[in-house]
Design a protein around this ligand. Sequence first.
Ligand code: D5M
Ligand code: FE
Ligand code: ZN
Length: 525
Amino acid sequence: MSETDVLRMFAEAGYQISPDAAELIASQSSQDKLVDYVLKNIDDSVLVIDVDDIDFDGFLSHNGNGSEDDTSTVTEKSAETEPNCSSESFNASSVTHSSQLQSSFSPELSGKTANPVNVISDITNQSTCVGEYMEFVQYFRDRYSKLSEIIRGRINARPIESLTKNRRLGDGGNNDEVSIIGMISDVRTTTKGHKLIEIEDNTGSLSVLVRTVDKELFEQANSFVLDEVVGVTGMLTNDKKLLMASKFTLPDLPNTNFTNKGSNGKAVFISDVHVGSSTFLEDEWLRFIDFLNGYIDDKKMKEISSDIRYVVVSGDLVDGIGVYPGQDKELSIPDVYEQYRKAAEYFKQIPEHITVIIGPGNHDAVRQAEPQPCFGEELKSYFPKNITFVGNPAMVDLDGVKVLMYHGRSIDDFVASVPHVSYQKPTTAMVEMMKFRHLSPIYGGRVSIAPEKHDHFVINQIPDILHCGHVHTVGVEPYKNVLLINSGTWQSQTEFQKRVNLVPDPARVPVVDLSNMKTSILKFN
Ligand code: D5M
Ligand code: FE
Ligand code: ZN
């Protein structure tokens, strides 16, 4: 419903409404109900309905939480019980450890021979943006609308304008707590060490104070980064200029029980192969290809190999050219097409019964702005026909198991902004992505964000697995009911990484049992 529609509805009911109030109502999700409520409850003496004539508290308590059209997933509503996702990681190159791996895939028993891949979301062929100002406005509105809807199902939030303009609040000791939902536009530390966070919604902005004495809250605020969407509950100061925070509500994942998706067999997760780099570890890589073919003596490893149905690749397939200054001195294949031809040669050696899915990263030959589309036709033509190429990010369904693939460039931003997030433990960044339901919140950091119509980084549909790469270190960790995997690299330390003290963790491969999400890490060095 537009502002004009709101004006018309009030006019038809014999009322005038101020442009501010109309805008406020038009920005809400349950506009029809709100209009009804305002019309039913309006004081007879009011001639022109203004913002402070809209009784949001009354509306919210009358109408539940005011968001019946909550778009957060059905799973969120139905499941409140504790998570049951299990994951273990160990060195499967050692025979003693590999006895923990159970063979579970049986095509005969399951009656399945094919490995279905269903692409659920992907920017490829959907890009519309040209980078105009209004596209950025729409992009951030879409982000706010999707994430605020998730939070709206959990708190009774009010538009910021209704707090700062409403005469009923703050004058004469109204001690009620209020809640808002907004995007973080600024985070500062005051001279006394408190945190001052600026929160913006479609109607206005408000400063939120988090005091150092509120230790838990302060700790939580420490991990906030710009452009994330949060809910804040607290008391408004009398001048209505500051909200003293007492609780944050994040769009975080719900607590759900693990459910078997009916899948079986195993999937391996890799990324950052960097074919063409002089630091590409070809021996280790060929050992991995041998393993996929079952050319391996160890009995347990052979068993695992025979279970593998999927190889998922999350970006940086080749090293590319001109990605960083002086890269040409570190290339063994200086032509990017030749790099892809070589990579294709390797992928032709993967046995046909294994299905491969490949998405791009920042070293690949697609546009650098994210979301990135899949490889172009020429590059794809080098590879076997049965490979599925997707964009970055992309959500794919592998026989019932939903995998969200994202190369993970935003992890650099998380490492730079969140104190407890480190390159050595990449899943710490991925937990933040899950808590804020967004893969790459910071605008203006390392990720160049293309303002598409929809924010493809919002984690609307909850995956079973989030698979990232980019930082060249391996990590596996369950968060609630989602398995977080960072899949390391096939490249040893580069000169650049030496300078920034980034210690890679090459040739280690997370392998996941699709029936129960149990994970092992195989070593090929
Ligand atoms: O990135 C591998 C890792 O190295 C990732 O964490 C970023 C870091 N890296 C690589 N190049 C640079 C530059 N030029 N500046 C800062 N950080 C960098 P990859 O995408 O594989 O190169
Ligand atoms: Fe990489
Ligand atoms: Zn990368």
